[in-house]
Write a protein that binds this ligand. Sequence first.
Ligand SMILES: Nc1ncnc2c1ncn2[C@@H]1O[C@H](COP(=O)(O)OP(=O)(O)OP(=O)(O)O)[C@@H](O)[C@H]1O
Length: 250
Amino acid sequence: MRTTTGIAAATADLSKVYGSGDTRVVALDRVSIAFREGEFTAIMGPSGCGKSTLMHCAAGLDSPSSGSVRVGTTELSTLGDRQLTELRRDRIGFIFQAFNLLPTLTALENITLPLTIAGRRPDQQWLDRVISMVGLSQRLGHRPAQLSGGQQQRVAVARALASRPAIIFGDEPTGNLDSRSGAEVLGFLRDSVRELGRTVVMVTHDPVAAGYADRVIFLADGRLVDDMPSPTPGRVLDRMKDFDTRSRTS
Ligand SMILES: Nc1ncnc2c1ncn2[C@@H]1O[C@H](COP(=O)(O)OP(=O)(O)OP(=O)(O)O)[C@@H](O)[C@H]1O
């Protein structure tokens, strides 16, 4: 689904504060960022800088303390719990570090589970395209225990794509994979953007993973501090080293 704005999701002055008094933590401090349609963005920054919080707020999994989030043209604060659940189900795909597959279901059943729960019929042509893109056509009857870690994450990628979501969020999607399987999954995420026209936003610690993205945004102490187009692993690594140097000298 194309919006008229060309923006798949955006935050404006998004802040998130956890706790109060001595335990108060400002996880996000007035972050304004737009994720453009058809773009693959990586979110990076030192541990605890707010990457996961940004992703969770942008995906409607967590609510802002102040500021706003929209997905497409929908302002999330205008939605009730049920509408928010439906928006997540219908318009957002998720891929986590843990594959989160149901062990008793086959690969195909796992892929179509969100659609089954929503009572929707899969768009068969789209599903076939997704399954062949991730190379699972010969494994559809296997259960997760009969698949390698890389294959299980491919099932999770196909599951995230099955409903043709406007935007896919990945939280360290290659964190549990060896480098070869990780490279495959990153290649599929890139193909989801290039070939299937999706929008992908991924949190990662890995400069090599970020090198697959079209753009890397960097957070530090809850603030957006840099925005790098056409990243390479080398440039991302240099930027990350810069954070290390500053935190040692400050
Ligand atoms: N539920 C919570 N309650 C209190 N503080 C929290 C909560 N979730 C996150 N925080 C704090 O907010 C800050 C940002 O956390 P977040 O998980 O977004 O960082 P991150 O950049 O994803 O970290 P990492 O790279 O280590 O996963 C951290 O200081 C964290 O301790």
